[in-house]
Design a protein around this ligand. Sequence first.
Ligand code: FES
Length: 104
Amino acid sequence: MERVSLTVNGSAVTVRADHPHLLAALREELDITSPKDGCSPSGQCGCCTVLVDGKAQVSCQLSLARAAGRSIVTVEGLEPAEAERYAANRFSRKFQAPATGIAL
Ligand code: FES
Protein backbone atom coordinates (compact mmCIF):
# COMPACT_ATOMS: atom_id res chain seq x y z
CA MET A 1 0.00 0.00 0.00
CA GLU A 2 1.28 3.43 -0.92
CA ARG A 3 2.33 5.68 1.94
CA VAL A 4 2.92 9.41 2.29
CA SER A 5 5.68 10.96 4.41
CA LEU A 6 5.19 14.20 6.30
CA THR A 7 6.15 15.81 9.58
CA VAL A 8 3.49 16.06 12.28
CA ASN A 9 4.20 18.01 15.46
CA GLY A 10 7.92 17.73 14.81
CA SER A 11 8.02 13.99 14.17
CA ALA A 12 8.54 12.34 10.78
CA VAL A 13 5.59 10.04 10.06
CA THR A 14 4.19 8.03 7.19
CA VAL A 15 0.48 7.50 6.63
CA ARG A 16 -1.59 5.52 4.15
CA ALA A 17 -2.14 7.43 0.92
CA ASP A 18 -5.78 6.36 0.62
CA HIS A 19 -7.21 8.74 3.24
CA PRO A 20 -9.62 11.22 1.62
CA HIS A 21 -7.78 14.17 3.21
CA LEU A 22 -5.21 15.11 5.85
CA LEU A 23 -7.87 15.37 8.57
CA ALA A 24 -8.74 11.69 8.19
CA ALA A 25 -5.08 10.66 8.36
CA LEU A 26 -4.53 12.73 11.51
CA ARG A 27 -7.59 11.44 13.34
CA GLU A 28 -7.95 7.88 12.09
CA GLU A 29 -4.36 6.76 11.66
CA LEU A 30 -2.30 9.00 13.94
CA ASP A 31 -4.90 9.37 16.74
CA ILE A 32 -4.47 13.15 16.77
CA THR A 33 -7.90 14.37 17.78
CA SER A 34 -7.62 18.13 18.28
CA PRO A 35 -8.63 18.79 14.65
CA LYS A 36 -12.37 18.03 14.61
CA ASP A 37 -14.60 16.95 11.76
CA GLY A 38 -17.43 19.44 11.68
CA CYS A 39 -18.26 19.56 8.00
CA SER A 40 -15.69 17.65 5.95
CA PRO A 41 -15.03 17.86 3.15
CA SER A 42 -16.78 21.19 2.63
CA GLY A 43 -14.12 23.28 4.40
CA GLN A 44 -16.61 25.71 5.96
CA CYS A 45 -16.49 25.39 9.76
CA GLY A 46 -12.77 25.62 10.56
CA CYS A 47 -12.90 22.86 13.19
CA CYS A 48 -10.11 20.97 11.44
CA THR A 49 -7.65 23.86 11.17
CA VAL A 50 -3.96 22.98 11.53
CA LEU A 51 -0.74 24.78 10.69
CA VAL A 52 0.75 23.69 7.38
CA ASP A 53 4.29 25.01 6.99
CA GLY A 54 3.31 27.67 9.55
CA LYS A 55 0.07 28.80 7.91
CA ALA A 56 -3.41 27.98 9.20
CA GLN A 57 -5.28 25.73 6.80
CA VAL A 58 -8.33 23.48 7.03
CA SER A 59 -7.09 19.90 6.90
CA CYS A 60 -10.28 18.47 5.36
CA GLN A 61 -9.47 20.25 2.12
CA LEU A 62 -5.85 19.13 1.92
CA SER A 63 -5.14 15.88 0.09
CA LEU A 64 -2.37 13.60 1.28
CA ALA A 65 -0.61 14.18 -2.04
CA ARG A 66 -0.46 17.92 -1.27
CA ALA A 67 0.48 17.33 2.37
CA ALA A 68 3.45 15.12 1.46
CA GLY A 69 6.75 16.47 2.74
CA ARG A 70 5.15 19.35 4.62
CA SER A 71 5.23 20.27 8.29
CA ILE A 72 1.90 19.93 10.09
CA VAL A 73 1.29 21.30 13.59
CA THR A 74 -1.85 20.58 15.59
CA VAL A 75 -2.79 21.82 19.06
CA GLU A 76 -0.97 18.77 20.47
CA GLY A 77 2.23 20.15 18.96
CA LEU A 78 1.96 23.70 20.28
CA GLU A 79 4.32 25.01 22.94
CA PRO A 80 2.66 25.05 26.40
CA ALA A 81 2.16 28.83 26.35
CA GLU A 82 0.58 28.65 22.90
CA ALA A 83 -1.68 25.77 23.95
CA GLU A 84 -2.70 27.70 27.07
CA ARG A 85 -3.56 30.74 24.98
CA TYR A 86 -5.54 28.52 22.63
CA ALA A 87 -7.48 26.98 25.53
CA ALA A 88 -8.20 30.37 27.12
CA ASN A 89 -9.41 31.73 23.81
CA ARG A 90 -11.50 28.65 23.14
CA PHE A 91 -13.39 28.86 26.41
CA SER A 92 -13.75 32.63 26.43
CA ARG A 93 -15.60 32.66 23.13
CA LYS A 94 -18.71 30.56 23.46
CA PHE A 95 -19.28 29.78 19.82
CA GLN A 96 -15.73 29.60 18.57
CA ALA A 97 -14.91 26.51 16.59
CA PRO A 98 -12.48 24.24 18.47
CA ALA A 99 -9.45 24.69 16.26
CA THR A 100 -9.76 28.29 15.15
CA GLY A 101 -7.58 29.48 18.03
CA ILE A 102 -4.60 27.88 16.36
CA ALA A 103 -4.40 30.83 13.97
CA LEU A 104 -3.82 33.34 16.80
S1 FES B 1 -14.25 19.91 9.04
FE1 FES B 1 -15.15 21.86 8.74
S2 FES B 1 -13.63 22.99 7.70
FE2 FES B 1 -12.78 20.99 7.89
